[in-house]
Design a protein around this ligand. Structure first.
Ligand SMILES: Cc1cc2nc3c(=O)[nH]c(=O)nc-3n(C[C@H](O)[C@H](O)[C@H](O)COP(=O)(O)OP(=O)(O)OC[C@H]3O[C@@H](n4cnc5c(N)ncnc54)[C@H](O)[C@@H]3O)c2cc1C
Length: 449
């Protein structure tokens, strides 16, 4: 029976539809009850309701990771939307970000102070969900994993207590919440460090397929000696003929080099040789401030059914890169809309003695592939093609993953060592002995009980 003493919504209610809406429609959220929480009291009420009825508690913000979320059938889903958004302390170079805030709002608030935030390729991603998953930033090679910049976390734990954790306050929980795989409570706010950034060079350049081999080869060679001031991605994009796509990108696969350079010389060193190979069909790289950066990757803002795969790769050499192009480029018959190699290394590869459970990624590149059945291929065809790419890149698979990039429950994931998993589990057992949030913990990080 619906409980009239809490603001929870149930299947059929418009408020249920709002609280369960997700960006990735591949993983619709169907909890027993749901709540858009606008206060800590709301969160406590939902936890109390779930505890009293033997439900679990799940949390989501935007549903960007919905495709990888286990079933919520027996859970109460909390979607925090705490009013207030972002507060910037320019002197301390810190943003206090309330739950429910997307990166766009943080970037917009920080930019007038000449400050940038460690966000990724999409401004619509929730800042807190991203940070809790490590966060591979568009500035990552210079800054390291975004989670290393978290100064404090406020969360409501299973006992309904609002706690503030930091290096000085419950350092063990502070360690586990930063990349430990979730399932520790409902985070209500995070303080995250910002950094000075005014004169950036950022954008995306696209080449037609005739230049693909040369552009990709030159980009790959550059990654072997690239300065950490520049962070890039390389994508093979096979975009549909839709009005919202620039016309020059619609006909057949293109290759794209996108990213951010903190110095003009770093950008020139990357881009001059690439532009000399052939004229891009579209080139948006330009000087800009941090407010322009969330848009450069042109990630889709609208919800869709995104099915895909991810691996962290050791250096695949030109051989591995060529295999990827053969499977996803012109004439391949690939149903994938985009295949990406995100450049890692730099400080992203360095452990942080003050960091959390996930403080670095020990790999050369992050591979991501994605298809959208509404646009091309069936689910089975997309998954089948992802499996072919996985097999081709297998020799360079590190066996590790970046938690935010895993797209499906059926896809391998492994971001912590066995010792790391056990250490996070010890913290979970302390703060959530009854396993209320267990369903929210990434499956790989939960040892059999
Ligand atoms: C288009 C796109 C671009 C992306 N780009 C990048 C990128 O550049 N770098 C990168 O690292 N990742 C990137 N990601 C991955 C992204 O970081 C993850 O999907 C992340 O989990 C999104 O967080 P969210 O809160 O928006 O998602 P949700 O699906 O809402 O949440 C995911 C999980 O985060 C946890 N969570 C969210 N909010 C809270 C909260 N308040 N309290 C407790 N737990 C919470 C929950 O466990 C939840 O299941 C991208 C994803 C997409 C779809």
């Amino acid at each position: 029976m619906p409980d009239t003493t809490t603001p929870l919504a149930f299947p059929g209610d418009p408020a249920y539809a709002a609280a369960t809406s997700v960006y990735n429609l591949a993983g619709p959220a169907r909890p027993a009850a749901a709540l858009t929480a606008t206060s800590v009291a709301d969160i406590r009420a939902a936890i109390g309701y779930a505890s009293a009825r033997g439900h679990g508690v799940r949390v989501h913000t935007t549903g960007h990771s919905a495709g990888a979320a286990p079933s919520m059938a027996d859970a109460v889903l909390i979607r925090p939307r705490l009013p207030g958004g972002v507060e910037i302390d320019a002197d301390r170079r810190v943003a206090r970000v309330l739950a429910g805030t997307p990166w766009n709002d943080v970037v917009e608030a920080a930019a007038p102070h000449g400050l940038a935030a460690p966000h990724g390729t999409s401004g619509t991603v929730g800042a807190i969900g991203y940070l809790l998953h490590g966060g591979v930033s568009l500035y990552g090679r210079k800054l390291g994993l975004a989670a290393n910049h978290i100064r404090s976390v406020e969360l409501v734990t299973a006992d309904g207590v609002l706690r503030r954790v930091s290096a000085a306050e419950d350092p063990e929980l502070f360690w586990a919440v930063r990349g430990g795989g979730g399932g520790l409570g409902v985070v209500t706010a995070v303080e995250v460090g910002l950094f000075p950034a005014r004169d950036l060079v950022a954008g995306a350049a696209f080449w037609s397929w005739e230049h693909a081999e040369a552009v990709v080869g030159a980009w790959y060679d550059w990654t072997l000696r690239a300065p950490e001031e520049v962070s890039t991605s390389l994508r093979v994009m096979n975009l549909p003929d839709l009005p919202e796509i620039p016309p020059m990108l619609r006909n057949g696969p293109v290759v794209c080099v996108a990213g951010v350079a903190l110095t003009a010389s770093g950008a020139e060193e990357l881009l001059d040789p690439l532009r000399a190979i052939g004229e891009p069909v579209l080139d948006t790289w330009q000087k800009c401030g941090p407010e322009a950066v969330p848009d450069i990757h042109m990630d889709p803002d609208e919800p869709g059914t995104f099915i895909g795969d991810h691996m962290l790769l050791a250096d695949p050499g030109r051989e591995g890169i060529a295999a990827l192009l053969r499977l996803t480029g012109e004439g391949s018959g690939s149903p994938l809309i985009a295949v990406e190699l995100r450049q890692l290394g730099g400080r992203m590869g360095l452990a942080d003695p003050d960091g959390g459970a996930l403080d670095h990624l020990d790999a050369h590149l992050a591979y991501m592939g994605a298809g959208v059945p509404e646009l091309r291929g069936t689910r089975a065809e997309i998954t089948g093609h992802c499996d072919k790419v996985r097999a081709a890149l297998g020799p360079w698979d590190t066996g590790r993953t970046a938690p935010g990039f895993v797209k499906g429950l059926d896809r391998p994931r492994a971001h912590l060592s066995e010792a790391g998993i056990r250490a996070v589990e010890r913290v979970r057992a302390r703060v959530d002995p009854g396993g209320l949030f267990r369903g929210d913990a990434m499956p790989e990080t939960v040892t059999a009980s």
